[in-house]
Write a protein that binds this ligand. Structure first.
Ligand SMILES: Nc1nc2c(c(=O)[nH]1)N[C@H]1C(S)=C(S)[C@@H](COP(=O)(O)O)O[C@H]1N2
Ligand SMILES: [Mo]
Length: 537
């Protein structure tokens, strides 16, 4: 038997000592699939966040140069993780096929490639900032599964190869097998099927286990969180112009943007949770979840923004957070003179650095337990995260927070600051046109222009809009709920038929107007006026 892919025969017929290319390639793919499947199952069984596949992705995130990461978030936004995982899947599949094709004669080259892939998984797990020995179990099992299934499939394929003395004639009618034995081709087919089924079943079981053993069960058990001191205010009905196309003032939890470095969302149960406040303090404090939730709580709407939000971008959302005021905890611990930075650590090793002053100056800085009336969602930091109005998330929003060390800016550099981002990063005054969308075609005449503006902890005082570089026209502002939340605006412009450039700028309550000059998101947030081009007909 020969395939179209075989090299031109030197003499007559294909080289009978080589496996057919498709068989060799499929053996490589199946072996790697088996490795990944078993890896996920074992990761689920040992409840360590060490799916070898995701561990490699996590290391990739940690090691990628800043420019590439910037490109990924600005190009793919909140989908950057899916893009990374899909890219990894393609690379791994190509390597697996190559492993198979290298092994048409002997299994050794393919085994070496499969082993290298497996070792990459082990290395990924070993390099985790929260590494423990349990992390190695899944990648080592995956390594063994990859090597074992590749060796097995290769042996079966050799036996079934046309040059083999055992090969049966696939073109002719099935010869009757002596009872109790199975022909080599049939054996290869059964072996490949078993490996494929095994990969699928173990991978699926691994997912089920990961979901069941996760923090979602603990979150459901939290029940209703205590009411905050003081009557919680319902969000006012006139805080947005949603009918005109602005976002709703309150972002639903499912629409709230999500940004973090975690491919494997940290799974923390309230039973395991402790928070330690230490470093430059008079009294070190350790609190568990029950102690945190039984303290006096505060509830406040806060608009969070990511420093990676581009001009006109959507990495901004507004929710009502419920939590323990940081000023109370810090007063209890007693901040020593000279401490100016709080170094917060997440269970996954991520760190943030927050100015002490922003947590003690009276603003609603908190360790949040709740969001929009529910316990914090797992992907937003369950059971506890920090939220500080007026600061970008990377210097204030530590999710899955377990430690707060009082320190100095000189003594500690957090995760993003090690990668070139600013140490101090108050949110810059910004505004965005939501309606009409860029490149929209609108009816000429009276055109509704609407959007949002933010200047957290200073408050938005004025929003102005203009067309084609003409004079600025002041927009109508929605209800002023809090200086810590965004503010929706709308106005009507008169547009003649043709192309038009629309621009917006906001001023905060200190009187400062957002600058026109464009700057990148790195190191401390983008500047520039959001500009959209529309056509009036
Ligand atoms: N543990 C952890 N916390 C984190 C991050 C992270 O990568 N890991 N990212 C920060 C950044 S950059 C932002 S903008 C906010 C986003 O919070 P959200 O995902 O709840 O919107 O979380 C912050 N807290
Ligand atoms: Mo961010």
């Amino acid at each position: 038997m020969s395939t179209d892919l075989d090299p031109p025969p030197a003499s007559a017929g294909a080289d009978p000592t080589l496996l057919p290319r498709p068989t060799a390639a499929v053996a490589g793919l199946l072996a790697v699939a088996a490795a990944l499947g078993l890896g996920d199952l074992v990761a689920g069984l040992v409840a360590a966040p060490s799916s070898p596949y995701l561990a490699v992705g996590d290391q990739f995130i940690r090691l990628t140069p800043e420019a590439l990461k910037e490109f990924a978030t600005s190009t793919f936004g909140v989908h950057d993780k899916q893009v990374l995982l899909a890219g990894m899947a393609v690379v791994i599949a190509v390597v697996a096929v190559v492993a198979g094709l290298l092994s048409r004669r002997t299994p050794v080259p393919g085994l070496v490639v499969v082993a290298v892939l497996g070792i990459a998984g082990v290395a990924g797990a070993a390099a985790s900032p929260t590494f423990g020995p349990a992390y190695l179990v899944a990648p080592l099992a995956a390594l063994a599964a990859g090597i074992g299934s590749f060796a097995l499939l290769h042996r079966l394929a050799r036996a079934a190869a046309p040059g083999s003395s055992h090969a049966d004639d696939e073109d002719g009618p099935e010869e009757p097998e002596p009872s109790g034995t199975v022909g080599p081709s049939r054996r290869l087919f059964l072996g490949a099927g078993a490996v494929l089924l095994g990969a699928g079943v173990t991978g699926l079981l691994g997912r089920v286990l990961a979901a069941a053993g996760g923090a979602e069960a603990s979150r459901s058990a939290v029940g209703a969180l205590p009411a905050p001191a003081g009557a919680p205010k319902a969000p006012p009905a006139d805080a947005d112009f949603a009918a005109s196309g602005t976002p709703t003032w309150l972002t639903s939890t499912s629409d709230f943007y999500r940004i973090d470095t975690a491919l494997q969302v940290p799974q923390v149960s309230t039973a395991d949770y402790t928070l330690r406040i230490h470093g430059m303090v008079d009294r070190e404090i350790t609190l568990d979840y029950a102690q945190l939730r039984s303290r006096a709580l505060l509830e406040a709407p806060i608009t969070m923004t990511c420093v990676s939000n581009d001009i006109g971008g959507t990495l901004i959302s507004n929710a009502v957070f419920l939590g323990v005021p940081l000023r109370d905890l810090l007063a209890e611990a007693g901040v020593r003179p000279g401490a100016d930075q709080i170094a917060s650590t997440s269970v996954d090793g991520f760190t943030t650095g927050t100015p002490v002053a922003a947590c003690t100056d009276g603003r609603n800085a908190m360790l949040a337990l709740g969001m929009n009336g529910q316990p914090l969602p797992v992907e937003h930091g369950f059971p506890v995260r920090m939220v500080v109005p007026g600061l970008y998330g990377f210097v204030s929003g530590c999710k899955w927070i377990t430690g707060m060390e009082l320190t100095t800016y000189g003594a500690f550099q957090p995760y993003w600051q090690q990668r070139g981002w600013a140490a101090r990063a108050p949110v810059k005054t910004q505004s965005r046109i939501d309606v009409p969308r860029g490149d929209a075609v609108v009816a000429a005449g009276q055109v509704v222009v609407a959007g949002t503006a933010w200047a957290q902890h200073r408050g938005v005082a004025r929003v102005e809009v203009r067309a084609d570089g003409g004079s600025w026209q002041q927009a109508e502002l929605a209800a002023d709920v809090s200086i810590d939340t965004w503010r929706m605006w709308r106005t009507v412009l008169t547009l003649a038929p043709g192309r038009h450039t629309l621009q917006v700028r906001a001023s905060d309550a200190t009187g400062a107007t957002q600058p026109e000059a464009f700057s990148l998101t790195i190191p401390d947030g983008a500047t520039g006026w959001h500009t959209v081009t529309v056509t009036a007909r």
